[in-house]
Design a protein around this ligand. Sequence first.
Ligand code: MG
Length: 466
Amino acid sequence: MKTDNYLEEHSRDLNRRSAMKILTMGSAAGLFGLLGSNSARASGLLTGEIKGPGSSVHFNKSLPPLKIKAVKAIGTAPEGSNLVIVKVETSEPGLYGIGCATFTQRAEAVVAAINGYMSDFCVGRDADNIEDMWQAFFVSSYWRNGPVLNNALSGLDQALWDIKGKRANMPVYQLLGGKARFAVDTYAHADGKTPEEVAEQVQKYMDQEFRYIRIQQGGYGSLYLARQPDFKDAGFGRPTDEFMDQVAYVQAVPKLFREVRKRCGEEIDLLHDTHERVQPVDMINMCKRLEEFNPYFIEDPVSPENMGWFKQLRESTTVPFAMGELFNNPNEFVGAISNHYLDYIRCHISQVGGITPAMKIARLGEFFNVKTAWHGPGDVSPVGHAANCHIDLAIWNFGVQESVFFSDKIREVFPGTPELKKGYFYVNEAPGLGVDIDEKLAAKYPITNDAGKWTLRKRDGTIIRP
Ligand code: MG
């Protein structure tokens, strides 16, 4: 007889044909035991029962409806960098999720988008249908999302994955397919004023058992090497504007690699970030000089506006490339990956809209042997780092993860923050993303409207795209 409930109907069929067979399978019985457990019932799951001769197992029949009751932004800056979190509360008392919506340079704009638009859009909708929610919000303002709305969407998306994990009583990586590796291999940051200082830093991290280290001499673009900031003498721009000499920089990078290789050997994998700010032909020439030092990858070799140069860049040098930190729409990765321009997907997960689009980009990469290297500095919240790590654990084509040393202050605000041990990130095994936020403590560190960080100029004052 037909019933309205698919699972109920199939469970009767199951009962007739194979209940005893399932009862003999330890793992299946264990799973059913979990779903029929007190914790599952407490989170609102309905349970049923399959009866076999002399025994029975409980099973999950269906999830009760779960509606979004409230959505709000939480801004906090425990270490000075603006972090933005989305908290989604549901119709199930005590069941909520949090996600990272951090666009640190325009944090207050993201907070306004969440509290002013996203909240109204979400309340009353179904919390279970993550894909539907993502697609709906992505086009809900008609004009496609830019970084402000995409980061807001990421906070919502990650919070819904967090809720789904809590409902399933599983860490998010399990929902994504389970572990493809035991932990997440990361890289550390070595920086110094001279190649010798950088080499000392590299050795320090090698002693801490890191296997990958990014090397920079005096930060991005080695600004301290620049001489004659004529625009400042002429009173052009603002006194705090920064000055970069591209020639000095591209000459310094091969010398940096040479010195670090000489002092630290061939075993360690070395990375470098050019931060999109060098002219494409100069980048080609610099990368050809780096080939003998076997870099793991060169990050963001051109600005997003110069992607048309990538074919020539790719054909001119064997240096591997990571690209995409500034990409905003997930579609920007399609041509770059399918043309084999990239070796590593360099992506700020909240910038593209969260776990849902990041998984699609990662899976696309798998088919083209392109690996991942998610953006993970201090201005990604611990919730965002956890999202990075859950994906890193589950996908096959993981490359390397940028790491950060979290302070005790950050760990107090965000209980459950991923742990770094011997260069590996570990997420905790709590259901969902595994990270929470202490809202009272977070409120002690308000975000600021610090909007002027990226004004970089040439000698004559021309703006350099950073
Ligand atoms: Mg970068």
